[in-house]
Design a protein around this ligand. Structure first.
Ligand code: BES
Ligand code: MN
Ligand code: ZN
Length: 519
């Protein structure tokens, strides 16, 4: 079951005459001053011209009286009472008037998302936001379309009764463009639908309660979704994992009555130059094991499979977008529990690549399953490897809830940063210092899973340093730690609802596009 996303289409007719339930226009703030009743300090954005004209000079003043300031994401709704065809106008804040021709794409994406979320209850919503008419036009259109579809997301949930007063998400989105018949614009609509579908799928999996998505079920769901879109699918069950020597995945899976899995999904185009491997952490629930987590907030560890969900959903989008790059996803899945059969601190585990790891903290389980999956990806052969995981609380301490940490080959880290910036999923490169590796020397095995003295210094970096041990020497790789950005626990904002965010699906797809174009 996946949550519905709205249909998406383009129009180029007069926004004032559109037969929709609501029309969204943009409003800028001017100089940070407070708007007055005449609308001083408010500036309606381009795209709103015909609506401004229909209101005969009264629109900005009325918006100011209603409290509009033009602050980013602010939504002010107004009944039009026959002035234009749509019964409701919603003015969405776009911040100060940009110095360039149009606001940056991420401003548009968030504004579009906030507006469509605020208009829940309306069936069809049109957006007439400022779009540049130069080479930046496709990126702006993409942002408006993606924001609208992402903003309409709502997890279906598990309530047994309908919620009184809860309005249904918008079901159809219409974006106003200069020329609706233009092929480039049509291509953006098609892409936005595929990409936001993948993001919604990721959010659904992340939001699913952990008792409903234990490793065998998750593997079945991923395999079914992959087969349905024509991907090649291979599922390694606990037996196959034992035969294959996947010691890390098996060790973490030992504590649970639901056995671990490794799912492999492949997309092979008729012709390609490069092979990309994607690896995602699929811990369906992380109690910490015997190094048990505090009860407070433990429930959020249902999202510890966000990396797995993101790489799988990215594969589903790849199957639809058909880039000229071969892509294989490796998705290790386990449930990290404490039980009579669980792995323990002090255990030594032989990994898929033969390296022996001393377990010091059973809560550092992600790197155990990822080490095996990364080793397998490198055995199969790849030109680039991207791995993403909710790996460390240290990422949240260092970079916060929005910015992912990236570690790996320098050039590839920079590419991840650039892709993230382009799609509105910020990511920042972090180092892999030699002293951190030194601190992980084990007395009894090849490496400790964390600092041998359990020192939490450079906590996020320890994760990256550990994973490097499983990457083949010649493979450019990047580890994207999404502990913070994969899950939004605050109030809804922009195109983010509470719960899974779908980060970094759009970054991965941008990287694949980039590799298809530039190698
Ligand atoms: N899944 C957690 C990391 C995490 C923390 C994700 C907060 C999202 C939000 C991971 O498995 C973990 O427990 N990491 C430990 C590592 C430590 C034991 C080396 C951590 O962050 O404390
Ligand atoms: Mn953990
Ligand atoms: Zn974890």
């Amino acid at each position: 079951m996946t949550s519905p996303i709205p249909t998406l289409s383009l129009v180029d007719t007069d926004p004032a005459e559109l037969a929709v339930d609501a029309i969204v226009i943009g409003v800028h703030s001017v100089n940070g001053d407070v708007a007055d009743a005449e609308g001083g300090s408010l500036l309606l954005a381009s795209g709103a011209e015909s609506i401004v004209a229909a209101f005969d000079g009264r629109l900005t003043g009325t918006l100011a009286l209603l409290g509009a300031t033009g602050a980013p994401g602010e939504v002010t709704k107004l009944a039009t009472l026959g002035t234009i065809t749509a019964p409701v106008v919603a003015a969405v804040g776009l911040g100060p008037e940009p110095t360039g021709a149009a606001p940056p794409p991420e401003t548009l994406r968030r504004a579009s998302g906030a507006a469509v979320r605020a208009l829940a209850g309306a069936g069809t919503v049109a957006l007439s936001l400022p779009l540049p008419d130069d080479e930046d036009a496709p990126a702006a259109l993409r942002a408006v379309a993606e924001g609208a579809l992402l903003g309409a997301y709502r997890f279906t949930g598990y309530k047994t009764k309908p919620q009184p007063g809860r309005r249904a998400p918008v079901s159809a989105v219409v974006v106003h463009v200069p020329d609706a018949a233009e092929a480039a614009a049509g291509a953006e609509v098609t892409r936005a639908a595929v990409v936001t579908r993948a993001v919604a799928q990721t959010r659904d999996w992340v939001n699913t309660p952990p008792n409903e998505l234990r490793p065998p079920q998750f593997a079945d769901a991923v395999a079914a979704a992959g087969r349905a879109v024509g991907l090649e699918v291979e599922v390694l069950d606990e037996e196959a994992l034992r035969e294959g020597g996947y010691g890390g995945i098996l060790a973490v899976g030992l504590g649970s009555s639901a056995p671990p899995r490794l799912v492999r999904l492949s997309y092979t185009p008729p012709a390609f130059d490069k092979r990309v491997a994607l690896v995602g952490k699929g811990i369906t629930f992380d109690t910490g094991g015997f190094s048990i987590k505090p009860a407070q907030g433990m429930w959020e560890m249902k999202s510890d499979m966000a990396g797995a969900a993101a790489v799988t959903a990215a594969m589903l989008a790849v199957a639809a977008l058909r880039p000229s790059v071969a892509v294989t996803a490796y998705v290790p899945m386990a449930e990290n529990m404490a039980s009579a059969t669980a792995y323990r601190p002090g255990d030594v585990v032989t990994m898929r690549n033969g390296k022996r790891v001393e377990v010091l903290n059973t809560d550092a389980e992600g790197r155990m399953i990822l080490g095996d999956a990364i080793a397998r990806a490198c055995e199969d052969g790849c030109d680039y490897l991207f791995e993403t995981s909710t790996l460390t609380g240290g990422q949240v301490v260092a970079l916060g809830k929005r910015v992912a940490g990236v570690m790996g080959t320098l050039e590839l880290c920079d590419r991840v940063k650039a892709a993230g910036e382009q799609v509105g999923e910020p990511a920042w490169p972090m180092p892999l210092p030699e002293d951190v590796r030194k601190g992980m020397d084990s007395d009894v095995a090849d490496i400790s899973q964390v600092n041998a003295g359990m020192d939490r210094a450079g906590h996020m970096l320890q994760g990256g340093v550990f994973l490097r041990e499983f990457v083949a020497d010649d493979v450019p790789w990047a580890h994207i730690d999404i502990a913070g950005p994969s899950y939004h626990s605050g109030e809804p904002t922009g195109y983010w609802a509470k719960g899974g965010t779908g980060v970094p699906v759009r970054t991965l797809l941008a990287l694949i596009d980039d590799i298809a174009a530039a190698g």
